[in-house]
Unconditional design. Structure first.
Length: 404
């Protein structure tokens, strides 16, 4: 029998005598947050007004009412990478830390709520594949989908890239077993309350969730057996304001209470505070209609149906940056509602060396053209579908492995 340890970053307390994983473990404020979102989104298919249903009582899928099983979890978390440490030191350590954070989150939810899908894109031949490098979790199901070199080469052509993040994420999404996906990068830690929100919020196919990102310094090593202190962020990455001139990166004093850390604030036309929701299609009188496009490749939760409706992330091999911003623009252009989970510190990112935009062929000189393209998609002047045909190697037979 496994020992369920307390997550020190957990924001919501458990009433005395309540069992871990029970719906009564939620603070009423969390239920109220979701209930208000439910009333605003009015997603139709979802039971929006029962606190018991909102907390996944009885192991039911939040929006379908069907009992969650290993074949249909409430949420599929999708990430991707390859075992070559490209762009990041100790990639496997980061990936295992992400899976561990999700495994801890599963302790606060009914069984079979979560699955994790890792896409090993362009599998490295001189190192162990990710399926052999991952530590098996106890409370979530973990699958690895492998994309071999020959399929990678066909996808990227002569672009020269060794890893195609956008296509890899599409591969995971189309193979996810849940009707709702949370797509993240492999170098983040997701706090349990944010995972719970993504599971329980009645988004239907008409809303998506974004979150601020908080960066912390990398430790010397990732050691799953060590008792390391809770990460202390030093930078907050928030949404643009009403204009493009506002700051979006703020220093964080980790000694301050978490509630005083910088975070996204609502704009005129939005509702809520710690959970901010806007109108369908965004805010016409604000920069980028209020889209939270800053560091948006690290976290986005949406239904599979909505993901498919805009054709997934662009798989153009010549687009190295801003493909995730195009995707958020496409969701707003398709008249979805943006929900921002603005509770500070819910999404943590381990800072690491990376190539500059200029080294990737982008930079300040190219940003105006990208900004125009993003705005045209949000405004509906360009169709929101990002891939004209099939995507995510949907018609390909790829090897899959369950990690136990």
């Amino acid at each position: 029998m496994s020992t369920r340890s307390h997550d020190p970053s957990e924001e919501f307390t458990r009433p005395a005598g309540a069992a871990r994983g029970s719906f009564s473990a939620c603070r009423r404020v969390e239920v109220l947050d979701i209930a208000v979102v439910a009333a605003t989104i009015n997603a139709g298919r979802c039971i929006a007004h029962s606190p018991m249903a909102l907390c996944g009582h009885g192991g039911l899928d939040r929006c379908t009412g069907r009992r969650m099983t290993a074949d249909r979890p409430a949420l599929s978390v999708v990430t991707s990478g390859r075992n070559d440490d490209f762009g990041a030191r100790d990639f496997v350590g980061r990936l295992n830390a992400l899976v561990a954070s999700l495994d801890r989150a599963a302790l606060t939810m009914p069984r079979r709520s979560l699955e994790v899908v890792v896409v090993d894109w362009n599998v490295v031949l001189d190192r162990p594949p990710l399926r052999d490098a991952l530590v098996a979790p106890e409370h979530v199901s973990l699958r690895v989908v492998e994309v071999p070199a020959e399929k990678h080469e066909r996808a990227v052509g002569d672009s020269g890239r060794q890893f195609h993040e956008y296509a890899a994420k599409n591969v995971g999404v189309v193979r996810a077993r849940s009707g709702r996906v949370l797509v993240v990068t492999s170098d983040v830690l997701v706090r349990s309350d944010l995972v719970r929100f993504c599971v329980r919020a009645p988004l239907g196919d008409r809303a998506f969730v974004r979150a601020d990102r908080y960066d912390f310094q990398a430790p010397d090593a990732h050691d799953a057996q060590s008792e390391s202190p809770e990460p202390r962020p030093f930078v907050a990455n928030v949404r643009h304001g009403a204009s493009p001139l506002g700051d979006i990166v703020f220093p964080v004093d980790p000694m301050l209470p978490r509630g005083r850390w910088p975070r996204t604030r609502r704009l005129r036309g939005e509702r809520g505070s710690s959970v901010i929701w806007g109108p369908r299609g965004g805010l016409p009188n604000h920069f980028l209609r209020g889209a939270h496009t800053h560091q948006n490749g690290d976290f986005l939760c949406v239904s599979k149906a909505a993901w498919r409706s805009v054709g997934g992330l662009t798989e153009d091999p010549n687009i190295w940056l801003h493909g995730d911003s195009l995707f958020v623009a496409a969701l707003l252009g398709a008249n979805l509602r943006q929900v921002i989970y603005a509770k500070p510190g819910a999404l943590l990112h381990e800072d690491h060396p990376r190539a500059t935009d200029e080294e990737k062929g982008e930079g300040e000189a190219t940003w105006p053209a990208w900004l125009q393209r993003i705005q045209e998609i949000i405004d509906g002047r360009v169709p929101p579908r990002l891939n004209p045909g099939a995507f995510g190697l949907e018609d390909e037979d790829l090897a899959e492995y369950t990690i136990t």
